[in-house]
Design a protein around this ligand. Structure first.
Ligand SMILES: Cc1ncc(COP(=O)(O)O)c(C=O)c1O
Length: 393
C-alpha cells in the first residue's frame, strides 16, 4: 500500500470512470482497486505509523497524524462530490475544520462572517478576537451590498448558506466574485446544503467546509469534519495545521461516515421532499407565525436558492406564537420527532434554538429548528400537527 498521489486525476481509479454523476460517486467512490477477490468495500486501517526510511516527502503518510488510508477513501469521495481537483481533508469534527480555515487569517487580520452563522463558528471567531488574533465583522448575509462593503481590508469572507438556524440564503455567485475581485479569500460552510445541492468551489469559493457529522455521515452516530479546496497552497497549509494541531479523526469514524455517504443521495432526496411538504402544511397551521424554508415561493431566499441549489435542503425553522415555555411545551409533546440538537440524520430532530445560551438574540425565542429525516411524511405531520394543536396539553 503506497501513499496516494495528491492530484485526484492520478489518484486511485473510480470504478466506472471519472465522469460519474454525484449520486453514483457516493456509491462507487472510495473503494478498493477492482482486483480478483479484493473486498468490495474499504477496510479500516488501524495504524499509528507507516514503514519507511530516508527523507520524508509530502507524498509519504509517514505517521498516523499526517494521513490514513481510511481517511483517504472518504477524502477522495468528498473532493469528487465538491468538484475539487485535490483530495479533501478530514478532521476530528466540523468545528476543527472551521478552526483550521480560520487559522488562514493572518495575525490581526479581518474576518467577515454572517451574524447568523452556526453559533460554534461565531463563538470560535469571538474567542480569536478576544485573544487579539483577528478582528471580526458580522454581516447580514442576505444584504449583498452590505457584505461587499464589509470586504474592504478583509482577509477572509466566511459564508454559510442556508444559515443555521435562520435559513437565510446568501447570493453566493455575487459574493464570491466580489471577494475574488478584492483579493479576499473565501470559505463556504456547505453543511446544510450538502454537495448534492450546492457546489461552492464551482461558484468561486476557495475552500468548502463540512460538519460531516450531519448529512454526509447521516445517522447521528459520528462526529467528523472536512475541508476541501482545489488550491494546492491552501491545501498544504490546511494539512500542515491539521498535522500540527492534531484534530485528526479516528479511522473507524471515517469508515462509518463513508458508509453513511453511500446513501446520501437517496436520503437527501427523500428528506428534502418531505421538508418541502411539511413547510407547505405548516404555513397554514394556526399555531405557526412564520415558516422559514427557502423552498417556499414566499420565502425571502427562494429566488436565490432556486438559482444556486439543486434542492432546498431538509432543515426548516418555524416561529411559534406565544413564549419560550409554550414552544418548549410543543417540543415536549412530540412523540416521533426527537428533541435534540444536531441535524442531518435519518431520524427527525427538533430543537428550540434559544435553549443554547450562546445563540444570537436575533434568533426568535420561539423558533424551532426542524431537521427532517426519512420517516413517512404523514407520520411526521400527524405528530407535529397534534403537538402544535396542543392536543396532549
Ligand atoms: C453549519 C455547521 N457548521 C459546523 C458545525 C460544527 O460541526 P461539528 O459539530 O461536527 O463540530 C455545525 C454543527 O452543528 C453546523 O451546523
Amino acid at each position: 500500500m503506497t501513499a496516494r498521489p495528491d492530484d485526484l486525476a492520478t489518484a486511485l481509479p473510480l470504478h466506472g470512470g471519472p465522469d460519474l454523476r454525484p449520486d453514483t460517486v457516493v456509491v462507487a467512490g472510495g473503494r478498493p482497486a477492482p482486483e480478483h477477490d479484493a473486498p468490495v468495500g474499504p477496510s479500516i486501517v488501524l495504524t499509528s505509523t507507516y514503514r519507511g526510511a530516508g527523507e520524508i516527502t509530502a507524498a509519504d503518510r509517514a505517521y498516523g497524524r499526517f494521513g490514513n488510508p481510511t481517511w483517504e477513501d472518504l477524502e477522495d469521495v468528498l473532493a469528487r462530490l465538491e468538484g475539487a481537483r485535490l483530495p479533501g481533508l478530514l478532521y476530528a469534527s466540523g468545528l476543527a475544520a472551521v478552526a483550521s480555515v480560520l487559522a488562514l487569517v493572518p495575525a490581526g487580520g479581518r474576518l467577515v462572517l454572517p451574524r447568523h452563522s452556526y453559533q460554534g463558528s461565531l463563538a470560535l471567531a469571538a474567542d480569536l478576537e478576544a485573544r487579539g488574533l483577528l478582528r471580526v465583522a458580522t454581516v447580514d448575509v442576505t444584504d449583498t451590498d452590505a457584505v461587499v462593503a464589509a470586504l474592504d481590508g478583509a482577509d477572509l469572507l466566511w459564508l454559510e448558506s442556508p444559515t443555521n438556524p435562520m435559513l437565510e440564503v446568501a447570493d453566493l455567485p455575487a459574493l464570491l466574485a466580489a471577494a475574488r475581485e478584492r483579493g479576499v479569500r473565501t470559505c463556504v460552510d456547505n453543511t446544510f446544503a450538502t454537495p448534492l445541492a450546492q457546489r461552492p468551489l464551482e461558484l468561486g469559493a476557495d475552500v468548502v467546509v463540512h460538519s460531516v457529522t450531519k448529512y454526509l455521515a447521516g445517522h447521528s452516530d459520528v462526529v467528523l469534519g472536512a475541508a476541501v479546496t482545489s488550491d494546492p497552497g491552501l491545501r498544504e497549509r490546511l494539512h500542515g495545521h491539521r498535522s500540527l494541531h492534531g484534530a485528526v479523526p479516528g479511522p473507524f469514524e471515517a469508515w462509518l461516515a463513508l458508509r453513511g455517504v453511500r446513501t446520501l443521495a437517496v436520503r437527501v432526496e427523500r428528506s428534502a421532499a418531505t421538508a418541502g411538504e411539511l413547510a407547505r402544511r405548516l404555513q397554514d397551521h394556526p399555531a405557526v407565525r412564520e415558516v422559514r424554508y427557502p423552498g417556499l415561493p414566499g420565502d425571502p431566499g427562494h429566488a436565490r436558492a432556486a438559482a444556486q441549489m439543486a434542492n432546498f435542503g431538509s432543515v426548516l425553522a418555524i416561529v411559534l406564537d406565544g413564549d419560550a415555555a409554550g414552544a418548549e411545551a410543543v417540543v415536549d409533546a412530540l412523540r416521533l420527532w426527537t428533541p435534540a440538537t444536531s441535524l442531518g440524520g435519518v431520524e427527525s430532530l427538533v430543537e428550540r434554538r434559544r435553549r443554547h445560551h450562546e445563540e444570537r438574540h436575533s434568533v426568535p425565542e420561539t423558533l424551532l429548528r426542524l431537521s427532517v429525516g426519512i420517516e413517512n411524511v404523514e407520520d411526521l405531520w400527524a405528530d407535529l400537527d397534534r403537538a402544535l394543536s396542543g392536543a396532549d396539553r
